[in-house]
Design a protein around this ligand. Structure first.
Ligand code: HMG
Ligand code: MG
Length: 300
């Protein structure tokens, strides 16, 4: 049992949070978002994604955003990369940490990256080799770990196999994604437990979307199981354009509030995070999906 009293939050709002937004945001708003997030004490901020702009038009400005953000010492700014082309674009603007992504479900992978699981892993091999040569750290995502919008049930053995493979290939951290937010705590815990038999718990992270309102409960179950890295998105933004029916990520404000309430440290200033969440919701002309931000910013 992991008794560490510190949790690292990986803030994915600038990438996962925005990739599914239909209204294109100007690069300067994305830069302002990341700079505000940097000021909250977050240590891992996923900045953008060097995928095909035809597939995700919102993040076509990845190079400009990555170039313009203020990179604080001690803070990492990983970017999503699907292939060598994305890797080259990311390196051109100086990215030193990347994330590759695949899924435990064949059907989802086909929709999301136009490849089977094995083909996607084949594509990562040259990316990982190049990254190793360049001293670039690589995170790996496994999507659809608790259900798939196209194939339904996802066998646990597939989740374990894909996570183990990414770890063997050299990913320093594997994020287990409930892409469509259908998981419940006992299932989430059992999934994490099974993966942790093959990949060290210290190399695992959890990534919950909150479609069915289960995300905080799932995170708590996984904390009890020993995970200490949690992905979340400020203001509860997010979703994958190729995951039908998925809503946003669990809100960072709500995760931080829960953790601080449990006496677990994050190093994050909740007030600054709430202010950033409220600001982002205003930029998107949306109500925030964070319950904490709603509670803290409610007009009496
Ligand atoms: P494809 O169409 O099979 O690939 O897409 P292609 O190699 O034939 O390329 C098609 C066109 O895209 C070509 O341009 C390429 O040059 C270009 P054209 O010749 O037609 O003018 N292209 C690129 N351009 C810029 N940067 C690149 C790049 N690659 C190709 N890197 C591909 C395959 C993987 C590229 C595509 O399917 C893709 O970009 N998919 C990304 C989908 C995506 O971003 N999904 C969301 C992220 S995953 C997620 O959200 C889940 C996660 O949050 C965890 C969870 O919640 O579970 C991580
Ligand atoms: Mg996601």
């Amino acid at each position: 049992m992991n008794t560490s009293n510190h949790v690292r939050i990986v803030e994915v709002g600038a990438r996962d949070g925005l990739q599914n937004e239909k209204t294109l945001l100007p690069a300067e708003v994305k830069v302002a978002l990341i700079d505000r997030l940097s000021a909250t004490g977050l240590k891992s901020i996923e900045a953008t994604s060097f995928v095909s702009p035809k597939w995700v038009p919102q993040l076509a400005d990845a190079a400009e955003v990555f170039t313009r953000i203020r990179k604080l010492p001690g803070v990492s700014y990983p970017v999503l990369v699907p292939n060598l082309q994305g890797y080259a674009r990311a390196r051109e603007v100086g990215a030193t940490e990347i994330a590759v992504f695949t899924a435990a479900s064949e059907a989802f992978n086909r929709k999301n990256i136009n490849a089977s699981i094995d083909e996607s892993i084949e594509r990562f091999i040259p990316v990982m080799e190049q990254a190793r040569a360049d001293g670039v750290q690589v995170r790996g995502y496994v999507s659809t770990v608790l259900g798939c919008p196209y194939q339904g049930e996802v066998p646990l053995s597939d989740v374990v196999r894909v996570a183990r493979r990414l770890h063997e290939l050299g990913c320093h951290e594997i994020s287990l994604g409930d892409t469509i937010g259908v998981g419940t705590p006992a299932k989430a815990r059992a999934m994490l437990h099974a993966v942790a038999q093959e990949v060290p718990m210290a190399a695992l992270a959890v990534h919950f979307h909150d479609t069915y309102g289960q995300a905080l409960a799932n995170i708590l179950a996984c904390l009890e199981e020993g995970v200490r890295v949690v992905d979340s998105a400020v203001s509860g933004t997010g979703g994958c354009p190729y995951a039908k029916g998925a809503t946003g990520n669990v809100a960072s404000e709500d995760v931080v509030y829960m953790l601080h309430g449990m006496g677990i440290e994050t190093g994050i200033d909740l007030d600054l995070l709430v202010a950033t969440g409220a600001w982002l919701a205003a930029q998107l002309h949306k109500d925030t999906a964070s319950r904490v931000t709603r509670a803290r910013t409610a007009v009496a």
